[in-house]
Design a protein around this ligand. Structure first.
Ligand code: ASP
Length: 344
């Protein structure tokens, strides 16, 4: 087997940050510093090249344009490398992983996103282990010599998760991510134990097609007891909005007051696509379980089943970016495009 060729893409995030001596808060630094702190990387028998954002960012500043920048790097170097490791801040990592899973259509090479809770220069950093494990996962092959991982995934501490199933669960635990509705793709212990049944495989292998247009005419609307008619009407008629991810209670329930249902129905009739996603971290929408969920479905709200909020909003951006009419967007929201949702 030839030496694995891995491209490391550094976008920013805590992993590469250092303390600003004036403010004592963390700020992104450049990649040379990062790799200097992990001499062990050189012990891996891989050809590793790196590329970094011109201005590395705190991922709180992540935007669809940055997703395009990452996707463009992957497209440009797709044939030249066996796998890609993207270093990224944890704050919006699940959004980026979800967005890239849709944008990189027909992906069949590993895109492993990782970062850390403590900067790589700190003595107790989790960054060194995460970086090395991510490189090993990107280089891993199955029994046929094909890449073991053929999708966008998040590696963090003890687990590899499907990117578009992941959520940031903790602001201080080293195990910061979790996929609440899908099993891990690998468990990291003494070795890397891949769960081959959980790994995504495309039904037919096609050439990579990158979709750069992500339409940001979407938003979250979170239900809460006390939400007023005035606020809901204002939100649902926001200018230019094409899609709303409605964050509902439990199994997809919301108040069935006449004003709630009519406000939502009016938006749907104006062509706004409304997707029902539960506020619970685990489980999904079952609109037929309660009258309150049923009322939303009757108003034209589409079930998000067990999709994460991060995957829901980025999937809408991707579908509207394809210039699809509302009816087609609804149709694709009810299908799994790359393993992001379970629909029986
Ligand atoms: N604010 C940082 C970021 O998302 C947090 C982190 O990387 O853990 O870039």
């Amino acid at each position: 087997m030839p030496r694995p060729k891995i491209l490391l893409v550094y976008t920013g995030g805590t992993i590469g940050m250092i303390e600003n001596p004036d403010t004592r808060s963390l700020q992104p630094f450049d990649f040379t510093h990062l790799i200097d702190n992990v001499p062990k990387v050189k012990m891996l028998d891989y050809d590793i090249e790196n590329i970094q954002f011109e201005n590395p960012i705190d991922s709180a500043n992540m935007s669809p344009q940055h997703w395009c920048d990452i996707a463009a790097i992957i497209e440009k170097y797709y044939d030249a490398f066996d796998g890609f490791v993207v270093l990224h801040g944890t704050d919006t990592m699940a959004f980026t992983a979800s967005a890239l899973s849709f944008m990189l259509e027909n992906l069949h090479k590993p895109v492993i996103i990782t970062g850390s809770q403590l900067p790589i220069g700190e003595v107790r950093t989790d960054g060194e282990e995460n970086l090395i494990t991510a490189l090993q996962i990107a280089a891993a092959r199955d029994a046929h010599g094909d890449p073991m991982v053929q999708e966008v995934a998040i590696l963090f501490e003890n687990y590899l998760w499907r990117g578009n199933r992941s959520t940031k669960m903790s602001a201080n635990n080293f195990n910061a991510f979790k996929s609440n509705n899908y099993p891990s793709l690998a468990k990291i212990g003494l070795g890397i134990d891949f769960k081959e049944d959980a790994l995504y495989r495309m039904p037919t292998k096609r050439p990579l097609k990158v979709r750069y247009k992500m339409d940001p005419s979407v938003m979250f609307v979170t239900l809460f007891p006390g939400l007023t008619e005035q606020t809901l009407r204002y939100l649902m008629s926001a200018p230019g909005i094409k899609g709303v991810v409605l964050k509902t209670y439990g199994a997809g329930n919301g108040p069935d007051d006449e004003w709630v249902i009519s406000t939502i129905r009016d938006a749907v009739e104006r062509g706004v696509v409304v997707l029902n996603v539960t506020q619970c971290v685990n489980g999904g929408v079952h609109s037929d379980l309660y009258d309150t969920g049923n009322a939303l479905a009757k108003a034209g709200v589409v079930s998000g089943h067990d999709i994460t909020s991060e995957a829901a909003i980025t999937k809408m951006m991707y579908l509207f970016g394809l210039n699809l009419p509302a009816e087609s967007v609804k149709k694709y929201l009810l299908c799994s495009l790359c393993g992001e949702v379970t629909i029986h």
